[in-house]
Design a protein around this ligand. Structure first.
Ligand SMILES: Cc1cc2nc3c(=O)[nH]c(=O)nc-3n(C[C@H](O)[C@H](O)[C@H](O)COP(=O)(O)OP(=O)(O)OC[C@H]3O[C@@H](n4cnc5c(N)ncnc54)[C@H](O)[C@@H]3O)c2cc1C
Length: 306
């Protein structure tokens, strides 16, 4: 294992924020993840997992332990099932599947990050979620050091949630997804269409972690106000966090180098590149307080804190 010391973490994240790690090790396979966990355990080092770094805010003091960085690994197809090591990039897998005339999951195109991270957070967009395609995931219990397979039905998926989010001792090492026969050109066209739609609606190339807060379940009167104003039905009683942020007048709000984006207020962006984690957390707290005071809604972070 190539364990490196004193590594800046900011460049490993899309936020580009945060201090360094005492140790970082890059791993791909289940064996390598297991070896990294054993290394940390033997030395009583705290450890944490990083995938694509697209949904994480690293603290300014960094991480005084071992960061197990799961990077792009191998994948294979058997019939219409794709098996990929956890570090594989989701968009790269969508393209690879298209080459094999397999698709169905093109609405996930453009969600940054690894398939392991996507399973852990049940990543989704435009009505598709990772859970719609997952057959099973393999994961290692970092306490017992043993790996096992989880059928999708055991993953406790719901909106931006899975068993793995509640149980971070389990590290996902690979995922199997079931796709459908789709002509290569058609899958590529659908993926390109999705990416174009994302470019239009969302901010794609910003220093941020995507949506900072999850869309909360809101009281009926807040849902009614949203539906009336936007003329759309709220899904599962949830209203967009970005809409709430705008309603409390915090679109464009700033703390230090952090800003609630004008275009998509639920993106807290490191606009100048000089924002600290403290800036982001302070801005997030101001937003939470304002939304709670006005609507009685408690916003919860979607981005993980490291
Ligand atoms: C511009 C932009 C747009 C985005 N759009 C969307 C969107 O449309 N929909 C959406 O759902 N998300 C979106 N996101 C958020 C992000 O892309 C997803 O949450 C993604 O699935 C995170 O994967 P990752 O590999 O980058 O995870 P990381 O950021 O590396 O990690 C996030 C958390 O998952 C844990 N983790 C990572 N890998 C594993 C693993 N193998 N096993 C166990 N735990 C693991 C980490 O410890 C951490 O707690 C967006 C982000 C950005 C920057």
């Amino acid at each position: 294992m190539d364990i490196r010391e004193h590594i800046p973490l900011a460049p490993l994240t899309t936020f580009h924020i945060g201090g360094g790690a005492r140790y970082v090790v890059e791993v791909k396979s289940e064996e390598e993840v297991g070896a990294a966990v054993a290394y940390a355990r033997d030395r009583r080092l705290p450890f944490t997992v990083l995938g694509g770094g697209s949904n994480v805010l690293v603290s300014d003091s960094g991480f005084d332990g071992l960061v197990i960085h799961i990077v792009s690994g191998s994948f294979s197809f058997e019939g219409d099932v794709l098996t990929a090591q956890a570090g594989c990039n989701v968009l790269a897998l969508i393209h690879a599947a298209a080459k094999n005339n397999l698709g169905g999951w093109e609405k996930l195109a453009g969600i940054p990050g690894s398939i392991g991270g996507a399973v852990r957070g049940n990543a989704g967009a435009f009505g598709s979620e990772m859970k719609d395609f997952l057959v099973s995931a393999r994961a290692i219990d970092s306490v017992a050091g043993e790996a096992r397979e989880f059928a999708a039905s055991e993953c406790d998926f719901s909106y931006r949630h899975s068993f793995f989010k509640d149980n971070p001792q389990w590290i996902i090492t690979s995922a199997q997804v079931r796709l459908v026969q789709t002509a290569r050109e058609e899958s590529e066209r659908l993926a390109a269409e999705t990416i174009a739609e994302r470019e239009k609606r969302h901010l794609q190339h910003v220093r941020a972690a995507g949506s900072y807060f999850m869309n909360p379940i809101a009281p009926p009167e807040v849902v009614a106000l949203f539906e009336q104003e936007k003329e759309v039905r709220a899904r599962e009683g949830r209203v967009p966090a970005g809409w709430l942020i705008e309603k409390v007048g915090m679109k464009g709000a700033r703390v230090g180098g952090a800003k609630a984006s004008e275009q998509h207020p639920n993106y807290l962006v490191n606009e100048s590149g000089s924002a600290t984690a403290h800036d982001v957390r302070t801005l997030a707290q101001h937003i939470k307080d304002a939304v709670h005071m006005r609507f009685g809604v408690v916003l919860k972070e979607e981005a993980a804190m490291l």
